[in-house]
Every structure is written in C-alpha cells, then in structure tokens.
Design a protein around this ligand. Sequence first.
Ligand code: PAF
Length: 302
Amino acid sequence: MHALTHAVVEPLVPAVALRAAPRLLRTVADCRAFAAEHHAAGRTVALVPTMGYLHDGHLSLVARAREEADVVVMSIYVNPTQFAAGEDLDTYPRDEAGDLAKATAAGCAAVFLPTTDVIYPRGHSATQVAVPALQQTLCAVDRPTHFPGVALVVTKLFNITGCDVAVFGEKDFQQLAVIRRVTEDLNLPVRVVGAPLVREPDGLAMSSRNVYLGAEQRREALALSQGLFAAEGAWLAGERDADRLKRMVELRLQQAHGGIIDYCAAVDPDDLVPVTGEVDRLLLAVAVRLGKTRLIDNVRLG
Ligand code: PAF
C-alpha cells in the first residue's frame, strides 16, 4: 500500500471532449486582447503555465484554475533558458495536437502557443530574474541556471497574459517557492496558487519526463514515492526527527539499483533551508537520475 495522504485522481479528461475549442493565442498582442476583453467584461483570468505533453497533473492545475478565476489560459512553451547545455531541450516530449485536445476537454478558454521569437524577440533577454536565496539548495545545486530561466519566463508570461491568478504544481516545490518570491518582491499583480502533486496509481509522481523511462527504470522509479511514503507513515506515527525521516527515504533510494541520488533533503518548506533534529514541519525532497532521466518528488509534513 502507498499514499497515506495522497489521493490518486481519476483521469480528468472525459473520453469525448464536448467543450468549445480554446482560442489560440500566438502573439503578445493576442494575449493582451484576450485579457482586455475578459477584464472589460468583469471576468478574471487564470494562467496555467506548462511546457506541454500534458498529463493529469497539468489538467488538475486547470481544474484548480477554473475554481480560482472565470477563464483559464494555458501556455505551452518549452522554455530554452531553463535548460542547460546537454539537458533535454531538443528531445523534450512534444504533442501539440494531443495537448490541444486535452486543454479543450479540460475547459481552457485559450491556449498560448508562442514561438521563441515571441518570447525572446532579441534571441535572449538582457534582463535577468533570480532569487539567489532560494537557489543554493535542492535542484539548483546541479542545475544552477534552471531557476533563473524559470523565473524569467514566468515573469514574462505573467506580463504577457495579464493574468490575475496563476496555478503551479507542488511537485516542483522549489519552482513554486521561487515564483512566489519573485511575485512578491517585484509586486507582480498576480495571485500565485500551489496545487497538490498528482500521482500515478502506483505512487509515481506524474511528469512529462516519465515517458523516457524504460520498463526496468519505471519500476526503480517507485523508490522515490515509496521512500517518501515510508517517512510520511513514520511522521503520522509520531516521528519528528528530521534526520531519521530523511534517512528512511535515503535507505529506500539506495535499494533502487542503477539510480544516482542527486539529493535527498529535509528542508524548511518556506525558505528551503536544511533542517535537522526535532521539527514541527518539513519538506522531504528527492532527485534521482535513472539513466538520462532525472526525477523529482517530495512530501510536505506538518
Ligand atoms: O513547470 C513547468 O512546466 C515550467 O517550469 C514552467 C513553469 C512552465 C516554466 O517554463
């Protein structure tokens, strides 16, 4: 058994999509016009930023966005500035037709499908957006340019779409923390909402990159959620020692042959600083490489 507190969702896309096709937005002007129309009519706009190859995790963000605002725009853009040289920018899975069908069924009013010329018209941005305080730990250690790339593109997407609300998944916990901080520090007029991580029935956190896993790696990948669930079980039974909880996760990860542990950490959920000893809340977060695929997962306790 797994998933002590994690609901496994039923597929969110009905077999037959009955909704109107979303409006396709290709340019900054398209997005501005869409937001202006809805704002003039007194409607709020939510943004769900994605890199496409949609799965039920993304669609749960749309469902949440529909609760938070009157209309939902999804952006689909594989942002080059958040990939380092040698990462999977060129091979990142893409399926525009499938994504549009899913976005339609999920009830998106519009989908923003920019090219890189639209997002980076000069080929690059001279302006940088970064939160050094949140970029010393977890994924930033192995991917130092990743969060500045995310922070930059998300700031641009907020400004381009004129959204009132934006919804991000808690699977990318560090990304969410960075975006919350950028939004607060730069007074961006957007309410940032975090939505729960969504898992496959066997516990694996949903990710577009799961498609890279071979059958054996797919089995080994379960070590991430199993380790986190073991620690969660101990927490629910009263264990409060961050080091012992972290060790439980590490032990399970070490049993997964072939995986390289990038990190297994116990951190404060707000500032992501490592915690040790007795705690009343923490985030356990892991990143493991299985072949060329890097998987992340986390559980928040307390
Ligand atoms: O989480 C993602 O898919 C991306 O990092 C995001 C937020 C769409 C920015 O490119």
